[in-house]
Ligand binder design. Structure first.
Ligand code: 13P
Length: 305
């Protein structure tokens, strides 16, 4: 079937549904979606939408978070196998043992995690609000899971708490190196460098801005600078270029491609509508506990990122 034909079919089937797409999705998916955004923006939209059915184009934990926040809605993910390697880097047993070692600590869990891990946490965070979330807690000691890079970034911003990061990392962002950033700066000497806080500290320390994907979009739009080097998943330069005609966006490196994010194709979205697949289901008890941690995060007022 031709691309145009699929798009027409999707728009006919779409009534009473909303398509949400993460900023890393394939361009054709971003183009047919109702809302694009970063993890926090999409979680907020999912929680506030009045529509009964959400088609979530992202990876599994994102659709799962939407379902937890709106258990009464039907949440579909067009590819059930679109996962997140970072989310898989801590098991429930490991988290329980970690907590036993530090009984006085609060557990801050990056949304890139499973529902059962969220259910064992005090509060969730995303890359755009992690510092704010940690600052909102009374505890002096914080277990930050599962991303060590985001945890170390938060640690570099907060000095009055002991932050103990878990050892997970995003393999896509881990591919960006200090040598890449130095080479990109030599190639585009006038460009400002934005990187995602899932990058290593070496890379973060060399950047001009450290931002979530939503934060990058906001900064690019409001900035007087015309040229940027982007250190995150490759899909981001599509969104930035589309939203900012006349400005230039270069990939910091060609390496960071998230295969999971790129799994969803137009035909999968059509199949989601036609076959009502794949429904996200979360165990009721786990969902209730995980929702507490997500709600605690959403209750914090959003800051500028
Ligand atoms: P953002 O919340 O910045 O969009 O990040 C999502 C993500 O999973 C990065 O790997």
């Amino acid at each position: 079937m031709e691309k145009e034909e699929i798009i027409i079919k999707i728009s006919k089937l779409k009534q009473n549904s909303i398509i949400l797409a993460h900023n890393y999705q394939n361009p054709e998916i971003q183009d047919i979606s109702d809302y694009n955004g970063d993890s926090l923006q999409l979680a907020r939209i999912a929680a506030e939408l009045k529509t009964y059915r959400i088609i979530f184009c992202g990876v599994h934990f994102m659709a799962e978070s939407a379902k937890i926040l709106s258990p009464e809605k039907e949440v579909l993910i067009p590819r059930y196998d679109a996962g997140c390697q970072l989310a898989d880097m801590i098991t429930l047993e490991e988290l329980k043992d970690f907590k036993k070692d530090y009984p006085d600590a609060a557990v801050v869990t990056y949304v890139n995690s499973s529902a059962e891990i969220k259910a064992e946490s005090d509060i969730c965070c995303t890359s755009s609000n992690a510092v704010q979330v940690v600052n909102s807690l009374k505890n002096k000691r914080i277990l930050f899971i599962p991303d060590k890079n985001l945890g170390n970034y938060v640690k570099s911003k907060i000095t009055d708490k002991e932050i103990i990061p878990w050892k997970g990392y995003c393999p896509t962002h881990q591919k960006i190196t200090l040598a890449d950033i130095l080479a990109a700066r030599r190639k585009y000497p006038d460009a400002k460098v934005m990187v995602h806080p899932e990058c290593t500290m070496e890379v973060i320390n060399e950047a001009d801005f450290v931002l979530s994907t939503g934060g990058m979009l906001k900064l690019a739009k409001g900035s007087e600078h015309k040229e940027f080097i982007i250190g995150t998943e490759k899909g981001m330069t599509y969104r930035l270029s589309k939203d900012n005609p006349g400005k230039l966006f270069h990939d910091l490196s060609p390496k960071p491609v998230c295969r999971e994010m790129k799994k969803i194709k137009l035909v999968d979205v059509l199949n989601a509508f036609e076959k009502n697949q794949y429904r996200i289901e979360v165990d009721e008890e786990i969902s209730r506990k995980a929702k507490k941690a997500l709600d605690a995060m959403l209750d914090i007022k959003q800051d500028k990122n």
